[in-house]
Design a protein around this ligand. Structure first.
Ligand code: ADP
Length: 251
């Protein structure tokens, strides 16, 4: 069983913060060369690239734009000569509004980044991973890819869409050496959750109440699941929807 990613290249979108950042670090710890992709370029990103070491690169890219995504994958090939693993994780939560109040702009933006972004990334990643004859993709959905949430129609639709897209791509790639899976995080301690709770005691308690395990998850706990799904230890796992959610969807 392969327990190292040495000489392999992993791409992580939405790598500037939270789950993406933790996963970039987890891939590097296993020996992979990492391409961190985000539309945000800030001091934290500079520090992350330093922390990842000499074999990591940052690529600025808006995953909802086809030309950006095409150029991003080409840049990885130019830098490393190959692509083996991808974690398509970039996402936005979208504005909260009931279905009848959701604006067209909110709908298009949320679906554009969360769902179209994952499709665009896979569109350009798959031909490169196929050249290696073996590899894996993990997409990031959410518990909102498994159950509904009142007031988040575009977000929930985008995350359910990622689950269906993942299953379909997994079937298409099943005999070609690429496994495709989707992780559904519960409430994870990330900047996104800080925005949703407003960092107020009341907000934090409300979101903790969703978690039977009694606490928020850590970004590293999602990263561990992603790296495992990419590893050879998961060699028979494809098209799988993995909740890493402290029991949220078991309720
Ligand atoms: P979480 O880690 O909980 O999924 P965050 O908001 O902390 O949520 O992280 C999401 C990441 O995705 C951020 O780094 C953000 O900049 C990135 N991101 C959001 N939209 C895009 C986009 N269109 N293209 C590239 N990266 C994006």
């Amino acid at each position: 069983m392969e327990t190292t990613f040495k000489n392999k290249v992993a791409l992580v979108t939405g790598g500037a913060s939270g789950i993406g950042r933790a996963t970039a670090l987890a891939f590097a710890k296993k020996g992979a060369k990492v391409a961190v992709v985000d539309w945000m370029e800030n001091d934290e990103m500079v520090n992350l690239i330093k922390e990842l070491g000499s074999e990591a690169i940052f690529i600025k890219c808006d995953v909802s734009k086809i030309d950006d995504v095409k150029a991003m994958v080409a840049q990885i090939i130019a830098a490393f000569g190959r692509l083996d693993y991808a974690f398509n994780n970039a996402g936005i939560e979208g504005a909260s509004a009931a279905t009848q109040d959701c604006s067209e702009e909110n709908w298009d933006k949320t679906i554009g980044v969360n769902l179209k972004g994952v499709w665009l990334c896979m569109k350009y990643e798959i031909p490169e991973i196929l050249k290696q004859g073996k590899g894996a993709i993990v997409n990031c959905a959410s518990v909102a890819g498994m159950i509904g949430f009142a007031g988040l129609p575009a977000y929930v639709a985008s995350k359910h869409g990622i689950v269906g897209l993942t299953k379909t791509t997994a079937l298409e790639c099943a005999t070609q050496g690429i496994r495709v899976n989707v992780v559904c995080p519960g409430v994870i301690q990330t900047p996104m959750i800080d925005r949703l709770t407003g960092k107020t005691k009341e907000g934090i308690e409300r979101f903790k109440g969703f978690e039977p395990i009694g606490r928020f998850g850590l970004p590293e706990e999602i990263a561990n699941a992603v790296v495992w799904m990419c590893s050879d230890e998961a060699s028979f796992v494809t098209g799988h929807v993995m909740a890493v959610d402290g029991g949220f969807t078991a309720q």
